[in-house]
Structures are given as C-alpha cells and as structure tokens.
Design a binder for this molecule. Structure first.
Ligand code: CA
Length: 640
C-alpha cells in the first residue's frame, strides 16, 4: 500500500482533505461581544449588543427567552458585525440566555451544490442587580486623591509587560515607558490614604490601552497615561485586569474610600478593536486630510464662530493616534453610553470624571449624563473643561447662563480657581492680582448652578507640580493647601504633593508623573512610611493630614456657607459656617507680619470672642487686633 503513495501524494491528499473539511465545517466564529453581560431591572429596558466575528451579516438570529424580546437585527457596512437590539422586561428571569446564530453556506461537491447550515450558540448572562455599595458620588465632604496607576505602586511585578501586546516594554529608567505600577499596588496602600485623610481615589484611566509606542517628538512613548482605550470592557492587564479593579473597588469601599473613574468619550485608541475592523466609515469623524482639533473651546460657544472652526474643535482628532468617535452614530452612542452604565453596575464606581469634555458632541454628553443620573441618582459627574474664563467653564456645566445649549453636567475640574490660587500665591497683590484673583474668581460663582460640585485642585497630571509652581516655598505651600481644604467645592490632591514631589513639565509631562518613592521593588526610599520621609516631608504630610482630618469632621467646611471679604492690604479673609460652627480663614499674603483689625468682619464674627488656631492650637482674642505672621494662612474655629 505504502508504495502506491509517495510522500508528496500523501501531503497533497491531506491538504485536499483539509480544504474539503474546511468547506464543510466553516464554523461561525465569534471573537468579541459587547457589553460582556447585562442586568434585569435597569431603568432603561433596552440593550444593544455588538457581536463581532466573520461574515455574521448572513447569519439568522434566534433568541428564545421569557421576558426578552429581540427587537431588531441591525446590519452595518462591515459584514463582520451583528448589532442586536433587545428589550428586557422587568420580570425577565435572570440567568443565561442563548443567542442562536445560523448561517447557510453553499457547499460544492463536484458538480453538485448543497446547502449546509452552520450554527453557533452564544451564551449571554443577564444578572440580577445587587445592592452592593456603588455610585455613592463624591461631594464637598470628600477629599479626592488623584494618582497615575502606572506610576504609583507596583503590587504585582508579574504583570508589568506582556509579549502579546502592541507595546511589549516596561522600563522604569525611561520616563516615557511603562513602569509597572498597578491596581494591586493601590490596594496595598489603602491605609496610607486613610491616614492622610483622603476619602476618594481618582485613578487616571484603567481601561485597556493596547496601543503601540508612539512618536511624540523624538522619543517613543507608551500609553502609560491610559487615555487611548482599545477595549472598553477590559481593564488593562498590566494594571491587573477586571478582577483586580473589582477587588480594588470592593476593598476601597470596605475602607470607606470611594472610587472616581476617569472616562474618555471623545476619542479612542487607534488600536481599538472596533476601529481595527471598522463597522462603518462613519464610526469616526473623517476628514479629507488629517485634521487635529484646535483645542480651542471658543468656537463651541462663541456667537460669532464660523462653522468650520466649530467643526474642527469638536470633530478634529485629539492627536493622530487618538481618533475622534462620531457620537452622532447611533451604535457608537450606544456603545459608549452602555459602557458607562455597565461600569458603574459591574464594578461599583462612585463618580465619573470626563476627560476632554469640551471636544465631545455636547448633546451626546447630555444623554450620557442623563442616563447615568437616572440610573444612579447619587452619582457625581465632573468634566475636564480646561478653559481660562469662568463663563466659558460654566458653559459646559449646569449654569445660569442664557445660552442656546444647556449642559446638564453637574460639576467640573475647576481650572478657574486653579489659575486664581496660583496667581494668589505667586503675584504681588494689586487691583486685580495676587489674593484679589481668588476673591474675584469665586465672586463669579453666580454663573454656576451649584459651584459646590466643582472639584478644586492645586495641580494634576497635566500641570506643573504645585510645589514647583510656588517656588518650593513652604509658606506658599501651606497657604495654598489651607485654601484647598477650606474653600468651597470638592478638594482634589495630586499624588505626591503630600511628600513634596516637585517638578515642572520640563522637558515633558513625564517629569510631573514620576514614581511614588517606595511603591516599587528596589526603591531606596519608602515615602509611604514616616521613617522613610525626611523631616520636611513629614511636616508637609502631617500638615495635610491634620487639616484633612479636621475638615473630614467639620461639615461647616463641606456644606457650610461661604462669605468672603474684599482683600485689603494683602489680607484675604473668608468664613465657612453653618448653624453649629463658624470657621474663619485668614490669608496674609504680605511678606511682613501685620496686625489685623477685626471690626470689618463683625457681621460674621457676631458675638464670638475667641479664635482657636486649629493647626497650632493657640487661642486668639477676637476683640483685639490679630497678629498675623508673614506669608501665613490661619484656620480659626470661633468660640465664646
Ligand atoms: Ca505590575
């Protein structure tokens, strides 16, 4: 027998058999499904599922499950997609239903053509909603700590890099590459946040960024910052994946800490799976030649704006490797909106911070915000509206402006008070400079629906570090921290400020995103521990800790009213008060000590006779001029 077939014959016959088998057994292959699961009992009973595989457009879909209705099978230009519209009745059974796909394929056997049907069953889980802690929101009683997961602490060195990802590198000696920090590293330091007085963690985005290294001015850069999503339903493996994120949220909640998720609707990573095999050209904003957003907000709200400028702001790409979603495409809209709901319901997220808010389709953002707030009435949503005027910032959130477009965004990263406090600390006082800037900026709060929902900050991952901005001067440093923790709104601290991390964004923003010392194996110093910190660092840490913990226990500093007095002779005085307590804050911005007459503040001092310095413990007599040290702020609790 063997002699009848040469080796070549055998190979040929095996190949032929393989081809025949393939023709007979072309199975339906599914490689992606989104969302990963859903729930019974959501306010909105609709669910849109995107299924990706090979040639699914020709497939028939059957779903038989009590309480579940397949409303529509949508086809898009690319035959590799099926998009299913379902409604889930409130009494629908929880459990796993099957999406049955069948596809008829013509198979040729010699001259004969027969039809063969291939089938595929996709199990899909409908969960019961559980009442675990979620969507608590953050408010002015909180202190948010913003950190970059890749740069904070490496709790699992085994996940630093993966050979099968687009960027295979991790190297702590290179500021532009990944450093290996992860969610476990954050879980390992929950006690640190609690000690400091932090009540909420805002992580720069955790969603998968399977992006290639990019060239941004000479040196290849990784997407360690996290703003280029490539699969919304996966937390990046290098941070620990979905399981680790769930573990972090649960552990944070168990420790009384909330989680703020950094959301990006405006753009995707160029490697996003939906764009690698694009469903249709109109999923992205397309331009005849590459067009970047101008990064200018004015064309969106300027009554004299040209349509072109408006379109460039909104539809231009953020950078060449972060393409701009077309949020007017129904499927894009649903994909992004459902993901927001899924994330809160699945992980238990408390608050939503929206990146590059101004460049989104603002009507679309109103829809997302409304959906989140309808499902989770206590959630907070604040956006990044990086403008340089109060009215322009107010335009993008709930406001008292008479304008054609009305935003429903509850709050914003308050860039206006950020600029103002930096001017207050760095400028000589004048008619409209120095401490006058912070007074005048807060004086425009009448434009906001609720300024208490704004997040106030001294620095973040995109700015120069606070300590450097104030000239590494500790008097300035303390004055700004006191303002941050006593003014109106929700304070946010950037990681490392408490241990005197410094730097300008020179030569790049990596300088303000350095590793937290002690978070990584081999670190010579451990700034998480008192013994690892220098005296100066401990003084800074203890200063923030003391004031943050005082703040935590004093509602007058959260929900209390604010009265501010016109700064005079370089001294800025304001009061936070409710029916139980009055707190007086005095900022002496002068380079000399002064004596401050208290008569001008009598309307708020009332019958209070004494002021206890909550940081130093000393008592002042309010019926005498107050001796104020140079470049010093005081937090006084008033008493009789
Ligand atoms: Ca790691």
């Amino acid at each position: 027998m063997l002699r009848l077939f040469s080796k070549a014959h055998v190979t040929f016959l095996i190949c032929l058999l393989g081809l025949c088998l393939k023709a007979f057994t072309q199975p339906i292959v599914i490689d992606r499904i989104a969302p990963l699961n859903w729930w019974v009992g959501m306010k909105d009973p609709r669910l849109q599922i995107i299924v990706h595989g090979e040639n699914l457009a020709a497939a028939k879909v059957v779903i038989n499950y009590p309480g579940l209705t397949l409303v529509k099978e949508n086809k898009v230009d690319n035959p590799n997609y099926l998009i299913l519209d379902l409604t889930i009745s409130p009494n629908c059974r929880t459990g796993t239903f099957n999406i049955e796909l069948s596809r008829e394929t013509e198979v040729k056997r010699g001259r004969k053509t027969t039809t063969r049907t291939f089938t595929k069953t996709i199990p899909y889980e409908l969960r019961a909603r559980t009442d675990f802690v979620k969507a608590q929101g953050v408010d002015a009683s909180d202190l948010i700590y913003l950190l970059l997961p890749d740069r904070f602490a490496n709790g699992d060195p085994s996940n630093d890099k993966f050979a099968d990802m687009a960027d295979t590198q991790a190297d702590r000696s290179n500021p532009f590459l990944r450093h290996g920090g992860d969610l476990q590293g954050i879980i390992d330091h929950l006690d640190y946040f609690k000690e400091l007085g932090v009540t909420a963690l805002w992580l720069n985005p955790v969603i998968e960024n399977d992006q290639p290294l990019t060239d941004e001015g000479g040196s290849p850069r990784s997407a360690y910052h996290g703003y280029g999503f490539t699969d919304h339903y996966q937390v990046d493996r290098r941070l620990g994946g979905n399981d680790s994120y769930k573990k972090l949220v649960d552990a944070a909640h168990a420790n009384g800490l909330k989680i703020v998720q950094d959301a990006v609707y405006n753009h995707a990573g160029v490697n996003h799976w939906l764009l690698q095999d694009s469903p249709a050209a109109d999923w992205l904003h397309q331009w005849p030649t590459y067009t970047n957003t101008s990064y200018k907000e004015q064309p969106v709200l300027d009554p004299y704006a040209s349509k072109l400028d408006q379109k460039v702001t909104s539809d231009g790409w953020f950078v060449p490797f972060l393409p701009d979603w077309n949020q007017n495409n129904t499927y894009v809209k649903n994909y992004l909106l459902q993901h927001a709901i899924w994330t809160v319901e699945y992980f238990g997220i408390d608050t939503w911070r929206v990146d590059t808010y101004m460049y989104n389709d603002l009507e679309f953002m109103n829809q997302v915000n409304a959906a989140l707030l309808a499902e989770y009435p206590n959630i907070h949503i604040f956006g990044e509206n990086w403008t340089k005027s109060v009215p322009n910032q107010a335009y993008f959130q709930q406001n008292h402006l008479e304008v054609p477009f009305k935003s429903n965004l509850p709050g914003a990263c308050d860039f206006q008070t950020y600029y103002a406090i930096n001017d207050a600390l760095n400028q000589e006082v004048g008619w409209d400079s120095g401490v006058q800037r912070i007074y005048a900026t807060l004086g425009q709060d009448y434009l906001y629906e609720n300024p208490m929902k704004n997040v106030v900050f001294l620095d973040n991952h995109d700015t120069d570090r606070y300590l450097s901005v104030v000239g590494e001067n500790m008097d300035n440093y303390r004055m700004g921290i006191i303002w941050l923790l006593t003014t109106r709104g929700i304070p946010q601290l950037y990681y490392g400020t408490e241990i005197l991390m410094k730097n300008f964004k020179d030569p790049s923003d990596a300088e303000v995103r350095r590793d937290f010392p002690g978070g990584f194996i081999g670190d010579k110093e451990n700034k998480f521990a008192e013994v690892g910190r220098t005296n100066a660092e401990n003084e800074a840490f203890d200063f923030i800790k003391k004031l943050a913990n005082y703040r935590k226990n004093n509602p007058a500093l959260h929900s209390g009213k604010l009265t501010q007095f016109l700064p005079m002779e370089g001294v800025y005085v304001y009061f936070r008060y409710d029916e139980n307590k009055t707190i007086m804050v005095i900022m002496n911005s002068n380079k000399e000590s002064i004596s401050l007459e208290t008569g001008r503040f009598r309307e708020r001092l009332g019958t209070f006779a004494t002021a206890i310095d909550v940081l130093e413990g000393s008592t002042f007599n309010l019926n005498q001029p107050l001796k104020l040290a140079a470049r010093t702020a005081y937090v006084f609790e008033l008493g009789n």
